[in-house]
Design a protein around this ligand. Structure first.
Ligand SMILES: [Zn+2]
Length: 263
């Protein structure tokens, strides 16, 4: 069983498995819904239960580790997070660094902004040295500054659940990165419009579970819900084989370009 789950099936490229109320049940339901690979964004969570749950479900998985950028960077928590970022090591079994980036929802002053940027830089340097891809959280006004910071490193990044102006989305794609979309593409015009600026080979699908997406129910999401992203993509661009396309995209982001003559 490989890391990437490149066989036919759906891929959830961003799920906080350690935060799901019932990871084992959620992954059983995911497998039943056709999900064949999950990127477990463990961040700084221990994730032992999540790992056991993925193994129990028989799914290929990969773990991402990193220091989340939404911290109180101006306060003591931010000072401590920067210290951890300076010592950051992804650890054995880590397949990606993430989610890391720049804060968008947490108010941050000038000192905090510098700390957040340094923490991001430190983790990008570790990713580059280890040859690991990066899961980036940087939305709205933080997206382009994060893209500029990334330009100093040779890493493959996915901008997860991106919200950004069209020209920033296009610059991210032009820099060779990927963009992952959530079940919000099903109903939210902003997310549907974003897709017009991303070629199919640069898209990944994710749930950001347990984050809620359905505006009516506001229930926690789980990896099985990634099927809604595939359905929305198929409705928008029926000519694309999305199952095959997104599996190939995930593999390219996670593992890098296939060696010449390799499989
Ligand atoms: Zn997330």
């Amino acid at each position: 069983m490989g890391l990437s789950g490149t066989g036919p099936g759906l891929v959830d490229a961003h799920a906080h498995l350690a935060r799901l109320p019932d990871p084992e049940g959620a992954l059983r339901r995911a497998a039943a819904a056709g999900v064949r690979a999950v990127l477990a964004v463990l961040g700084e969570d221990a994730g032992d239960g999540a790992e056991a749950a993925v193994r129990a479900a028989g799914l290929p998985w990969a773990a991402a580790r990193g220091i989340h950028p939404e911290q109180d960077w101006d306060g003591a928590a931010g000072v401590a997070a920067l210290e951890r970022a300076r010592r950051f090591a992804p650890g054995p079994g880590t397949a990606a660094v993430g989610e890391v980036g720049l804060p968008s929802y947490t108010p941050v002053g000038a000192a905090g902004r510098r700390r957040a940027a340094e923490a991001f830089t430190r983790q990008l340097a570790v990713a580059e040295a280890a040859g690991l891809p990066v899961v980036v959280h940087a939305v709205h006004g933080a997206a382009d500054p994060a893209r500029r910071q990334l330009a100093g490193f040779r890493v493959r990044a996915v901008f997860h659940w991106l919200k950004a102006p069209p020209e920033v989305v296009e610059a991210i794609v032009a820099d060779g990165h990927w963009v992952s979309v959530t079940p919000e593409v099903v109903w939210r015009e902003r997310d549907r419009a974003l897709l017009a600026h991303i070629p199919p080979d640069r898209i990944l699908a994710e749930t950001d579970a347990p984050c809620a997406h359905d505006p009516a129910r506001r229930q926690p999401s789980e990896p099985a819900d990634v099927a809604a992203v595939y359905a929305a993509l198929a409705a928008l661009q029926p000519e694309v084989d999305w199952v095959g396309r997104l599996a190939a995209n995930y593999r390219a982001w996670l593992l890098g370009p296939a060696a010449p003559g390799g499989g």
